[in-house]
Design a protein. Sequence first.
Length: 473
Amino acid sequence: MPFTKGFYINGAWQLEKMPRTHVPLIDPATEAVLHQVPMATKAEVSAAIEAAHQAFHCYSQSPVQERIELVERILAIYEEYQDELALAISTEMGAPITLAQKAQAPLGLNQIKSALEAAKSFAFEEANNGYTLRYEAAGVAALITPWNWPMNQAMCKIAPALLAGCSLVFKPSELAPLSAMLLTEIIAKAEPPKGVFNMVFGQGETVGPQLSSDPRIDLVSLTGSNRAGVSVLHEAANHIKRVSLELGGKSANILLPDCDIEQAVQSSIRAVMNNSGQSCNAPTRLLVPKQHLQKVETLAREACEALTVGSPTNPATRLGPIANQRQYERVKYYIELGIEEGAKLITGGTERPAHLSRGYYLQPTVFSQVHNQMRIAQEEIFGPVLCIIPYDSVEQAITLANDTIYGLSAYVYGSNLEATKDVAKRLRAGNVHINNARAQLEAPFGGYKQSGIGREWGKYGLLEFLELKSIFQ
């Protein structure tokens, strides 16, 4: 297991001995302090920006094949470190070890593969009648990532940025430093040109504005909260930077009257509770026909109570702890709020499961008889909490689904595929899953409304880091 040893700036690990802020890394399963994570000073962040700024000219002009070979080296080394990455993620944010091994670490690998496939087939230069189109690196990129899916979010930015020809400053979450440290070691072993890849730890409220406002940064790509997205937009405005934001969600999940209710509820519960509900695209609003409400309540309660909540190290665990104390208290607040608002508590609550005395553990929680004016139906909770909302007609269900500031993902279950597709087309969301269909990394990922700006994954992620030039001849 790696220990935090500083920041990676201009091709070397650096940690000057000086007074600085440290953030404790706390094991969410035991509440024990694992490590003190050093936060970069303004000078160190500036040094990382300058290194990327100096490296950009040469790297952006390098042949595409050289960039592909660099990312292929990262891919090969990443494959060797998957088990260590899984253990790091499980330790730092409490993901069950089976989830870390089967999804958390592999998603980072698959993002690299998807970006490589896109770059290999992408026409960076196209000859047309009277002009040539060129796709060129957008500039120095600041990449800011969260703690909930650390490798997925890091590699869906880092890989396309490097392939596009951008130099970059990577600021991972200080709450998920172990996997970020290990990833940085992997990239360093792949030997990128000096200054092309830099990594600093820092608290978002201080480092985020510095990265977003610095004139040497040309592009900011953030995955995080809406509050953080607003900050990036504000700080980037003075220099008219390109901004890509993947923000919050409050995904609707419509069970159409003709769907297989039992199968749909089982799939929906698994999707909500995966990663202890800490996914921006989790289907946390379950819209059900009123005539099926009682049946859905029973099925949801039974499905939740069958889930094993426990230590991340236990292979049988399905839900580990909430990743950190701040998020733990936030989720408990919303559960208490739901009760105050008059929602019907079907199962769960604010107490730890009876067999656990320490750690940021919560029971899978389900509210029913929720309406859209309740805050628990409108605000992102980011925990293992499901809201069941009854509806009278499919038309009303669509209206309720779209009645939110968010538009990241949506879900629909129905037996008639064409009718189900018609509903999907009317949902104001960037991604719609029909009958539990899996996301494809080659397809664009991103949201409508306050869920963000831009798209990630595959070719669409590559385009976020490219400028388009016309050369007339």
